[in-house]
Ligand binder design. Structure first.
Ligand SMILES: *Cc1c(COP(=O)(O)O)cnc(C)c1O
Length: 791
């Protein structure tokens, strides 16, 4: 049977026997599900084979613990990795179904906020492509990140209901359940210590196979769902208390109900700490069960188990592992601590002080009474081993999760070269001095299967036609494109790909959002979470200043530009929400201006998520990576853009530094202060006001906002923003404005030379191969985990 015939057979079988439909009566969702099941069957074969090989080899396994996995849709990923794109299109076409429409029917699994969760998803895919035996452990949130819409320009949040539509990818594992306790008391009898929790919920496993390139390997993403041990209180029911009867179940399920939508501020909420312990304790129980079945001798744990903590969120893994080894299995405290540290490593994701996780010790002690004792014991043991230690994990009645993670990890890594160096001189200065070999760098990456092959088939096709397909899992082969770039006929084809992608996005924007734009414009894109440090307000200020400039001189030779925005603000982050509203308000006024319409348009697309990123990035001409230097740990959006041929306008921040080194300074629009200059600039009194006085364009843009030009009838709507910018301006928007403006005008000039621009874009593609998450994962395997590929 041909692959197409076999896929057809399999789809029709599932339509009939899994969903009870024939092709005549199947609705879109049935087709999507039948195709998903047909693909899933093939993935499952690879998965079971990989699991068998892992057991047989006795190899070390990697466990990636993360509160977030921003996986997005999985059907296209499966089809692409199994190389079934043409077959799937052909079969669907036979039945009069459109491939893109069927794929778009899948809900976007938004089990993460942004970069951190997306990184975890890229890592899982790379681990499978490489054939490194691994599990991802996370929480099966019923509601992922909220759905965003705009009402009068303002962000409105609605709950995300991804599980309401049928979800094709998970296998429920009712036999894998663990009891997870909270609260209660600690009982000490001589040497024996026991924790008796006051409240117990059950964690149930749901497994999703994650397939790698060509289906050579598949690993497991195991997500935990909360449930009650006794879901139903019959006694209460019989007494007529129907709501009360269902209460135990409702309470237990709360734990996996929602993802916290704050990505850069720590809220210190009890439920959040419960979620963190729930994930970590269930994962460790599962890891130890698997280890016991296969090996038994706990002293061997570090040679068979590598546990990576994605940020401090699962930092409780240190004390929890010690608790199990010491309290429950009877090993000495010191030995337990050594074994735990031998298994654990920790990735730091931010230096923002407001994002460093700390817990109120009273709350912590109430919820995890044994763990807080163990943390003190870890702290004092560490202090004894390092007599010069000044700081502690406990200060100001807080438990400091960063310090705990560092002490309990054999390696600590930053996510870009700059970030790793800054870690050594800021948050972890003292600990780095005590343990100078512990901090290593693993610059982030993105998976080329999703972020080039899947989302940009035109470009992927041109690349494969030019250099063969080996680039897909060996991305640095893209440098082989460089000789082609010298050929104008080839370069014209490269440029045509971008034009086609822009037309496709324009058509989609017209159809989905009623936005009509000219695809010939420069597509200037800033898509990422809304945050002051990411400086979407710098972008809109420049846009407003540019608008005013065009109005002064409408007949000049302006480069037509479309400013595209996307991104969600945390529901309680009012400043960020005001920035969204300002962008939408400015868009309403500027888009309606007939004088500037040929040269400038603004669109803020709602509900930015993985699927929207996949649509927008292949169509971008320019990538906005304009954070205040020193604040963006790495960024991964920046890599997706460069790979898809959008040069960056950006600061020397995070991985931008390394992107610029790789693609070449002449193919990158650099502006702004360095991290060092930022720290110096902040010391200058009235720095913002001085910057405003020095730049009439900036002053005019701020005046337009302050005078209500974009908020007619309510001139003070944005006084919070203008006051902040002219006053404290902690993120140095004003100080960087003038140089940002200069860089943008350089972009305007460069874009006019179509061939030179195409060359710059193509060189970005050719030289971004290093930013594959395959390279990142190989780095972790070698430098941190001591794990090997089984392929
Ligand atoms: C890549 C990605 C991010 C991270 O973007 P940054 O620009 O690095 O902050 C966030 N959200 C989604 C949906 C992504 O795909």
């Amino acid at each position: 049977m041909t692959p197409t015939a076999s896929l057809r057979e399999s789809i029709l079988q599932h339509l009939r026997y899994s969903f009870g439909k024939d092709p005549e009566h199947a609705i879109l969702e049935d087709w999507r599900m039948a195709l998903s099941y047909a693909v899933r069957d093939r993935i499952t074969d690879a998965w079971i084979a990989a699991t068998g090989k892992t057991y047989d080899s006795g190899a070390k396994r990697v466990y990636y613990l993360s509160m977030e996995f921003l996986i997005g849709r999985l059907l296209e990923d499966g089809i692409v990795n199994l190389e079934l794109v043409e077959e799937a299109k052909a079969v669907l076409e036979e039945f009069g179904k459109d491939y893109g429409t069927v794929l778009s029917d899948e809900p976007d699994a938004a089990l993460g906020n942004g970069g951190l969760g997306r990184l975890a998803a890229c890592f899982l895919e790379s681990l499978s492509t490489i054939g490194c035996p691994a599990h991802g452990y996370g929480i099966r949130y019923e509601h992922g990140l909220f759905r965003q819409s705009f009402v009068d320009g303002r962000q409105v949040e609605q709950p995300e209901l991804w599980l309401e539509q049928r979800h094709a990818w998970e296998f429920e594992r009712p036999e894998v359940r663990y009891r997870i306790g909270f609260g209660g008391h600690v009982d000490k009898r001589g040497e024996t210590v026991r924790w008796y929790p006051g409240e117990v919920v059950e964690a149930e496993a749901f497994d999703t196979p994650v397939v790698g390139w060509k289906g050579r390997w598949a690993n497991t993403l195991r997500l935990w769902s909360g449930r009650a041990i006794h879901p139903f209180d019959l006694d209460r029911f019989n007494h007529g208390d129907f709501a009360g009867a269902a209460q135990p179940e409702a309470l237990a399920r709360t734990i996996s109900r929602v993802l916290y939508p704050d990505d850069t501020t720590e809220q210190g909420k009890e439920l959040r700490l419960k979620q963190e312990y729930f994930l970590t304790a269930a994962a460790l129980r599962d890891i130890l069960r698997r280890f016991n079945n296969q090996f038994g001798d706990l002293r061997k744990l570090p040679s068979k188990v590598a546990i990576q903590l994605n940020d401090t969120h699962p930092a409780i893994a240190g004390p929890e592992l010690i608790r199990v080894l010491h309290d429950e299995r009877g090993l000495s405290f010191e030995e337990s601590m050594e074994i735990a540290r031998g298994c654990l490593s920790y990735t730091n994701h931010t230096l923002l002080p407001e994002a460093l996780e700390t817990w109120d010790e009273a709350l912590f002690g109430r919820l995890l009474p044994r763990h807080i004792e163990l943390i003190d014991q870890i702290d004092s043991t560490h202090a004894k081993q390092n007599p010069s230690r000044l700081n502690s994990m406990r200060a100001d009645h807080q438990v400091k999760m960063g310090q705990l993670s560092f002490v309990m990890a054999h390696h600590v890594n930053g996510v870009s070269a700059l970030h790793t160096e800054l870690m050594k001189t800021t948050v972890f200065e003292e600990l780095h001095g005590l343990h100078p070999d512990r901090i290593v760098n693993e610059t982030n990456g993105v998976t080329p299967r999703r972020w080039l092959l899947g989302c940009n088939p035109r470009l992927a096709g041109l690349i494969t036609e030019s250099i063969g397909e080996d680039w897909v899992d060996d991305l640095e082969q893209l440098t082989k494109l460089e000789p082609f770039i010298e050929d104008t006929a080839w370069l014209d084809r490269y440029a045509q790909v971008k034009r086609d992608n822009k037309s496709e996005l324009s058509n989609w924007m017209a159809q989905a959002h009623g936005l009509h734009v000219d695809p010939e414009m420069l597509f200037d894109v800033q898509i990422k979470r809304l945050h002051e440090y990411k400086r979407q307000h710098l972008n809109i200020l420049e846009t407003i200043a540019h608008w005013a400039e065009i109005r002064d001189n409408p007949n000049a030779d302006w480069t037509p530009r479309l400013k595209l925005f996307g991104g969600k603000a945390a529901p309680g982050y009012f400043f960020a929400k005001d920035i969204i509203r300002l962008i939408n308000d400015a868009a309403a006024v500027i888009n309606a201006d007939p004088v500037t319409a040929p040269y400038l348009k603004i669109a803020f697309l709602p509900n930015y998520n993985v699927s929207l990123a996949e649509r927008m990035i292949p169509a971008a001409d320019l990538s906005e990576q304009i954070s205040t230097a020193g604040k963006e740990a790495s960024g991964t959006g920046n890599m997706k853009f460069a790979l898809n041929g959008a040069p960056t306008v950006g600061t020397l921040d995070g991985a931008n530094v390394e992107i610029r080194e790789h693609v070449g300074a002449e193919n990158f629009f650099l502006f702004g202060m360095t991290a060092e200059e930022v720290m110096e600039r902040r010391k200058i009194e009235g720095h913002a006001w001085k910057a405003v006085q020095a730049d009439p364009r900036l002053k005019r843009a701020l005046d337009l906002i302050r005078d209500g030009r974009f908020s007619p009838g309510e001139p003070d709507r944005y006084h919070g923003i203008t006051g902040n910018l002219e006053g404290a301006d902690y993120f140095l928007v004003c100080s960087d404005f003038t140089d940002y403006w200069r860089a943008q005008r350089e972009v305007d000039t460069a874009f006019k030379d179509t061939r030179a621009w195409a060359k710059m874009a193509a060189l970005n593609t050719a030289r971004s191969g290093w930013f594959s998450s395959d390279r990142t994962i190989r780095g972790y395997m070698h430098d941190i985990w001591g794990a090997e590929s089984l392929l």
